[in-house]
Design a binder for this molecule. Sequence first.
Ligand code: SAH
Ligand code: SF4
Ligand code: F3S
Length: 471
Amino acid sequence: MSDISQARLTPTTRAGSRKVFIKTYGCQMNVYDSQRMGDALANGGYVATETMEDADLILLNTCHIREKAAEKIYSELGRIRDMKAERALEGRDMRVAVAGCVAQAEGEEIIARAPVVDLVIGPQTYHRLPEALARVDKGERVIETDYAVEDKFEHLPRAAKKDIRARGVTAFLTVQEGCDKFCTFCVVPYTRGAEVSRPFAQILDEARQLAEAGVREVTLLGQNVNAWHGKDPTGKSIGLGGLLFALAEIPGLKRLRYTTSHPRDMDDALIAAHRDLPALMPYLHLPVQSGSDAILKAMNRRHSAADYLRLIDRIRTARSDIALSGDFIVGFPGESEADFEATMQLVSDVDYASAFSFKYSARPGTPGAALSDHVSEAVKSERLARLQALLRRQQQAFSESLVGQSLSVLIEKPGRRPGQIVGRSPYLQPVVMRQGVGAIGDIVTVEIANSVANSLIAEGAMHLEPTGMVA
Ligand code: SAH
Ligand code: SF4
Ligand code: F3S
C-alpha cells in the first residue's frame, strides 16, 4: 500500500490507483460494513490508506445512537473541509462520502450542512457504492438512502484471501440486520430498517471462506442477532442455536461468539448451544438497560426485571462458567431515584463481568424524545458515576477471580513490548503472554499470574529477559 508514489495521487490518477481512507464509528456492525465497503472499493481499484491526508476518497462510516456520536461527524467534516481546501490549493482533489446510520437518518441535512460531502450512502445500499461514486465523478452530489429491494450481501463482492489474512485471526460476520423491537429510546429500527436474516447457505459459505483464510474465531453480528432465523439444508426452520451448531462443524473455526442479543429472543435451542458447544465461548452480552419494571415498560423492552433474572438463571444452569455483559441507560424520562436503585439492585444480583453504560440521549423521532419528565443532566451524571463504580468493581473482581486459573487463549498479535504476544481469553480480555508459547492463530492454555487494568498477564510474561527483538 505504501509503495504508491505521490505522483500517482493527483486527480488525473487512473481509478486503478486511488487511495481510500475509511473511518469507522459506532458498533461492530459498522466495522464489518466498512470491511465490506473496502472490499467493494478494492474491486474498483482503490487501495486502503491509513492516513487521511493521503486519501483520494474519505469515507466516514457513522453512528447515530447518541447525540454525541452524531455531532462528532459534523466536527470531523469541518476538519475535512479545511483539508480539502488546502489540497485544492495544491491542485489536488479529494472526494468525501458519509455512510452509516447518520447518513440514513440525516442524509438531506448532511448535504445541506456540509457542502464538502459528495456522497451520502445508507447501510442498505452499500453494494451500490461503486456506481454512486461513478456518478460523483461526473459532478453529481449523490444521496443513496432508499431501502434497497435486492439483497446487498448477495451483491457485495467477497473479500480477497490476503485481505482476510491481513485483518487477523478473528472476524465479524453479519448474519442479521435491522430491528423490529422499537425500544422507545433507540434509533436503530429507523436507521437500519426492519429485521432481515441472511440465508443459512450464504452465512456458511462466508464462514468457510474465513476459516480457509486462517480465521479461528468468528463473531456473528446482528442488531438483534438472536432473532436470526432461517432454514437448514433439509428445509427445517432453525434459529441462531441451530446456526451455531452448523458453524461449529466447519474445520478450523475454533471459537464462536454472537452479539447483540435481546432477552426476549434467547430460546431453548440457543441456551442448549451454550450447554453443548465447546466452540461457543462462555461469554454473553445480554443488555437489560434498566432494573425497574416501570422504566422497562416505558422503554418498550417487553420483559420485566424478574424475567431477565430468571433467564440468567436458566443460562447459568446450562453453562455454569458463563460470564455476562450488559448495556445500561441511566436517566430515561421519568426515572426516579427508586427506579435507579432497582437498576443497581439488578446489577448486584447478576454480577457482570463487563458492561457498557450510558446517559440517556433523546433522539429525534423516537417515542422517548417526546416524553415529558426528562431527567436533568446533573442527575444523569451522578447516577452514571454510581453505576459505573459498581460495574467497575464487578469487572475487577471478575478479572481477579481468574488469577491462578488456567485459561485457553487465542493468540492474536505481537505485544507492545519485545518478547510479548497478546491473545484473548474466552471472556474477551486481552491476555499478555511470553513470545514462544505459540504462533498467531494458535489456542494455548496458560496460567494467569496477574490482572492489570483490563488485561490479564500470563505466568512468566512480565519476567522477560531483554531480547533486543522488536515485536
Ligand atoms: N441491539 C442492541 C443494542 C443497540 S445500541 C440491544 O438491543 O441491546 C447499543 C446500546 O446503546 C444499547 O444497548 C443502549 O444501552 C445504548 N443506547 C441506545 N440508544 C440510546 C440512547 N438514546 N441513549 C443512550 N443510550 C442508548
Ligand atoms: Fe434498539 Fe431495542 Fe432494537 Fe436493540 S432491540 S436495536 S435497543 S430497538
Ligand atoms: Fe450506531 Fe448504527 Fe450501530 S446507530 S450503534 S452504527 S447500528
